[in-house]
Ligand binder design. Structure first.
Ligand code: CAA
Length: 385
């Protein structure tokens, strides 16, 4: 049947209850203070929603891709910043799910599953944004039983609050993208430090900082997969996690739509509820229609992600992942902008949540690959098979 299972519906309800009770009341303050919501983190850990993708074999909940999507969507409906807790934990650790040895997984997954450590992902650099492979300058040089890292990573989500980092670095400069390798770094490794938090338009409670590696020496056992596999592991990771950004976008958009629907039914002008005007009704209908379409695409992409994670060859995962991320984030931007419009002047002030949602929506069109890159990826899939 083309519907969510009872388990998935129950999960959605449980996350929505938690989000309503513990996360939504904190969202405005988290945004205003630009502080990481440790209380929300603790609530997510207690409910086992902070990293539910971690396999049971490593102490995790073993949630499937659709479950992660539902958790992120429902948390984002209340607070986009908070939804980055499960989303980035997944982003940071999927490279290990895809490429790491059993020993490395055994070392890093149990603390993640127990909520003792968060996991971030470090691909981008000052000169390597969209051209993530070609522009990469961070070097990792093998020295006996260690690697020594030098370089800078930029735009690293949850930097400073995460304990673990999957870092892509060049091990063979002559080999292009096939000379990039992935490593696990730990906060506290000698020579590893953080830049100042960026001042952002949205997702303000989630710190975004640079990572600095200054002769940072780590055990060679922290290599994920083989040397030279790092860029492919990084891109395969994004095939799974762009779907979580789609989920975040869906949640932000749903939060804005729900608020706008409630508002236009209450707000009266010209002697009647604003919701009685057909122009307003058409706006609401378009918002809900586009959101429903984006949601179906995202859930379909999650099903493909799950199959691929289980080892099946899913030829169109890359296409679906980029398509879901691109569509859902474009929809989130337009739905939140329309929600601000429907509230008029009230939409433009921070006493109401929709301006925050509009600011938060913007990042979903940018990170994990701009929507221009997503369109490029989709076109390549169409043209090159
Ligand atoms: N899975 C596996 N392998 C892949 C792949 C995929 N999805 N896509 C490409 N590859 C392989 C290619 O086959 C190629 O391998 P061979 O050399 O063996 O043929 C290799 O990887 C290099 O691929 P391309 O030649 O296509 O590389 P490119 O440099 O032309 O383009 C790109 C790659 C798609 C533009 C990529 O750089 C990209 O996605 N850029 C956007 C970067 C991005 O998304 N950054 C996100 C940062 S993370 C973030 O934002 C997180 C956050 O804050 C929350």
């Amino acid at each position: 049947m083309f519907a969510l299972s009872e388990e998935h519906e129950a999960l959605r309800e449980a996350v929505r209850d938690l989000a309503t009770e513990k996360i939504a009341p904190r969202a405005a303050e988290v945004d205003r203070a630009a502080e990481f919501p440790w209380d929300v983190y603790e609530a997510l850990v207690k409910a086992d929603f902070h990293a539910l993708h971690v396999p049971e074999e490593y102490g995790g909940a073993g949630g499937d891709a659709l479950s992660s999507v539902l958790v992120i969507e429902e948390v984002a409906r209340a607070c986009a910043t908070s939804s980055l807790i499960p989303a980035v934990n997944k982003l940071g650790s999927v490279p290990l799910m895809l490429g790491a040895s059993h020993e490395l997984k055994q070392k890093y997954f149990p603390p993640l599953a127990r909520g003792e450590a968060m996991f971030s992902y470090a691909l981008s650099e000052p000169e390597a944004g969209s051209d993530a492979g070609g522009g990469m300058r961070t070097r990792a040089v093998r020295d006996g039983d260690t690697y020594v890292l030098n370089g800078v990573k930029r735009w690293i989500t949850n930097a400073g609050v995460s304990k673990f980092y999957t870092v892509m670095a060049v091990t063979d400069p002559a080999a292009g993208p096939n000379g990039i390798s992935a490593f696990v770094l730990e906060d506290g490794d000698p020579g590893f430090s953080f830049g100042a938090p960026e001042h952002k338009l949205g997702i303000k409670g989630s710190p975004t900082r640079e990572l600095y590696f200054d002769n940072c020496e780590i055990p060679a056992s922290r290599l994920v997969g083989d040397e030279g596999e790092g860029f492919k592991i990084a891109l395969r990771t994004l095939d799974h996690t762009r779907i979580t950004i789609a989920a975040q976008a869906l949640g932000i958009a749903q939060g804005a739509l729900d608020y706008a629907v409630g508002y236009v039914k209450e707000r009266r002008q010209f002697g009647r509820a604003v919701a009685d005007f057909q122009g307003v009704q058409f706006m609401l209908a378009d918002m809900a229609m586009n959101l429903a379409a984006a949601r179906q695409l995202t859930y379909a992409a999650a099903a493909k992600s799950e199959l691929a994670m289980a080892g099946e060859k899913v030829e169109d995962l890359t296409f679906f992942s980029s398509a879901a991320k691109c569509l859902a984030s474009d929809v989130a931007m337009s739905v939140t902008t329309d929600a601000v419009q429907l509230l008029g002047g009230y939409g433009y002030v921070s006493d109401y949540p929709v301006e925050r949602m509009m600011r938060d929506a913007k990042i979903t069109q940018i990170y994990e690959g701009t929507n221009q890159i997503q369109r490029m990826v989709m076109a390549r899939q169409l043209l090159n098979g």
